[in-house]
Every structure is written in C-alpha cells, then in structure tokens.
Design a protein around this ligand. Structure first.
Ligand code: PGA
Length: 253
C-alpha cells in the first residue's frame, strides 16, 4: 500500500492571530484540490491555534502545534499539555525540533516523553531528528540519527509508532537555503526505516511516514518526493508563503 504523503508547515514564531487568519484564508482559497493521497498540516504558534481551528473548520487542512509537555497539567510555567492541544483543535504536534534541542535544552529522553504524551492524548507526533554540520563533517550523521531515532521511539509500542511520523531535518539545512540532496536524504530515510523495523517490525516500518525538512522549496520538492523513502516534508520558511506552500503540497513525481 502506498504511504499517504504528509506536507506539514512549521510556522515557528511567526503568525499573530490576524496574520494566521489571513494566511489560512488565502491557503484555503488557493488549495482547491482535496487529494486523499496527501495530508496537509499547519502548525502556527500556540496563541493562534484557536483562530486557526476556526479558519480550518470544514477544510481538509489539519492543525498541529509546535511542541507539547509530557504531563497533562501541573506547575510547568510556559508549557502546554497534550489535552490542551486537543481541545484547541490540534491533531498533530511537532516534537524534538532541532531549535528546541539546540536553543531550549531538549534531550532525547524528554523528546520521547513528549511523543508518548502526545500519542496517549490521540495526537500524531512529528518527531524530528537530524545531525549538525559538525557531526556530518565528522562522518557521524548515521550514528547521530540512529541514536536520536532509537531514543525517540523507546517504549512507544507498535501502535504508537503507527501514529507518528519522523522528520529527518539536517540542522545545517534548516533556514539556510542549503538542502540535503535527494540522495543524501534518501540514505538517512532508509536507515530510519530500518531502525523502526528493528524496534517495531517490518510492517510498522513499511507504514511509517518519514518526512524530510530543511529548506524545502517549490524547486526541490519534486526531486525529494521522487525518492522511495521520502514520504513528505516539514516546511519552515516556505510554509509562510501561500504560493510556495501550495506548490509544495502539489508536488509532482
Ligand atoms: P526551513 O525550516 O524549511 O525554513 O529550512 C524547516 C524546519 O525547521 O522545520
């Protein structure tokens, strides 16, 4: 069975409520094709989630958040829980983004806890993994990605793994305009699929959607999506431009 593609827009810290409403209205008007073989997700900032849910009512575009805490409530100033995201209308959540790991001290262990909490609440986590430039130059890419993927998947169980996506995002490609070549990305995606097969069996690995992220643009999406183990994209900068994001959603292979 072919895997359904996922194109997810990570808006990062862009998007007031007013901007979010305007962007989603244009996107809905522009994306007229409702293709059952592609899932489209947008992840605006927390404060815009409620407005985004309203704007997306009746649309096939699904809502995601950019992070989630592992507890459902408690004294965790500044954090948001999975049940809160569900209530706000989210179906998806990004976890372990490299900006969270690098700038906010997130670790493999707490990325795994976040993913588990998301799954328990019925959210679909998009778990990010990826090496830095120094790690790639030191030929450590495979080791780093293997370790991150194994740690993220710990104790999720086969059922959990069915409901998540992994995003391979080389840190050196994020927001830099430098993208991994389709061949470089495919090598890592195939390895991630092998790791999932070890952790959860061949069938789960076959079904898992592995997204590529890092300077995905209209002019590179088609060649990335042509690779057998690239099942979608996590798009930062280009997801804030309606025409670019729409063209990425409408990738052709
Ligand atoms: P970019 O960001 O597309 O702007 O490189 C991707 C991401 O950080 O998820």
């Amino acid at each position: 069975m072919p895997r359904r593609a996922v194109i997810a827009g990570n808006w990062k810290m862009y998007g007031t409520v007013a901007e979010t409403r305007a962007l989603l209205r244009s996107l809905r008007a522009r994306l007229t094709v409702d293709d059952p073989n592609r899932e489209v997700v947008v992840a605006p900032p927390y404060t815009a989630l409620g407005a985004a849910a309203e704007e997306l009512r009746g649309s096939p575009i699904e809502l995601g958040a950019q992070n989630v805490h592992w507890e459902s409530r408690g004294a965790f100033t500044g954090e948001i829980s999975a049940p809160m995201l569900v209530e706000a209308g989210c179906r998806w959540v990004i976890v372990g983004h490299s900006e969270r790991r690098q700038l906010f001290g997130e670790t493999d262990a707490n990325v795994n806890r976040r993913a588990r909490a998301a799954l328990e609440a019925g959210l679909r986590p998009i778990v990010c993994v990826g090496e830095t430039l120094a790690e790639r130059q030191a030929n450590r890419t495979l080791d780093v990605v293997r370790a991150q993927a194994r740690a993220a998947l710990l104790d999720l169980g086969g059922a959990g793994i069915q409901n998540l996506c992994i995003a391979y995002e080389p840190v050196w490609a994020i927001g830099t305009g430098r993208t991994a070549t389709p061949g470089q990305a495919e090598e890592i995606h195939a390895e991630v699929r092998r790791i999932v097969a070890e952790a959860a069996g061949a069938q789960a690995a076959e079904r898992l959607r592995i997204l590529y992220g890092g300077s995905v643009k209209p002019d590179n999406i088609d060649s990335l999506m042509a690779e057998p183990d690239i099942d979608g994209a996590l798009v930062g900068g280009a997801s804030l431009d309606v025409e670019s994001f729409a063209r990425i959603v409408e990738f052709r292979t």
